[in-house]
Design a protein around this ligand. Structure first.
Ligand code: HQG
Length: 182
């Protein structure tokens, strides 16, 4: 039986859970750089969904946010960013644009205004280069609110920024003084 587009989305969400947060769900481990063995992943997912190498390759290739990468010989796979578990995906340190954006929900704004942006369960705070993306991210949590991040000033002040393989800007925290609600 062929997977429909919504089956593929469901499998992709399951892959995100495994590769970013809970590899133990299917009894596998990630290495220090976040890599999982492709055969072990296929076997583990196969207990729940119809999947083979070809389907996995299609999911990786068509993923809207390019969330996953294979290693050079295709034996391993990892998520490019978004982890809550301690892995080092060899993020590239990069000079950020002057302004970045973070979308969140209204109900978090009082806390953000005083504490700044904190990574929560994830390893980093996620930032985007445009307000459209920030708005979409914010909507996942409730009534969206967008913060403008003075990334240029943060960079000047010595904060480190990373650009993930799929174009997400990441930094450890954003103190409140660099934030402006727009
Ligand atoms: C909020 C998706 C209270 C923060 C997206 C966010 C993204 C605070 C929530 C990626 C806070 C954490 C990540 C503070 C931050 N007080 N709340 N001081 N500081 N928060 O899901 O950024 O589709 O862990 O604003 O596209 O929403 O999964 O982070 O609302 O890039 O690939 O705490 O996930 O990508 O929520 O989303 P999350 P996020 P994928």
């Amino acid at each position: 039986m062929k997977n429909t587009a919504s089956d593929l989305t469901r499998i992709s969400k399951y892959i995100s859970l495994i590769l970013r947060h809970k590899p133990e769900t299917i009894g596998i481990e990630l290495d220090a750089h976040g890599w999982a063995d492709v055969d072990a992943l296929l076997e583990g997912i196969g207990r729940k969904y119809a999947i083979d190498r070809e389907i996995l390759e299609e999911i990786v290739k068509t993923d809207g946010k390019q969330r996953y990468s294979f290693n050079a010989d295709g034996t391993k796979i990892r998520a490019n960013q978004g982890h809550s578990i301690q892995v080092d995906v060899e993020l590239a340190v990069a000079e950020p644009p002057e302004t970045l954006y973070h979308g969140t929900a209204e109900r978090f704004s009082a806390s953000i205004q005083t504490k700044g942006l904190l990574p929560g369960n994830r390893l980093y705070v996620h930032l985007s280069t445009n307000t459209e993306t920030a708005e979409k991210v914010g909507k996942r949590h409730g009534k969206p609110v967008i913060y403008q991040v003075n990334a240029g000033q943060m960079h000047q002040d010595g904060y480190t920024f990373y650009l993930s393989a799929n174009g997400v800007w990441l930094t450890k925290t954003v103190p409140a003084q660099y934030l402006k609600r727009i």
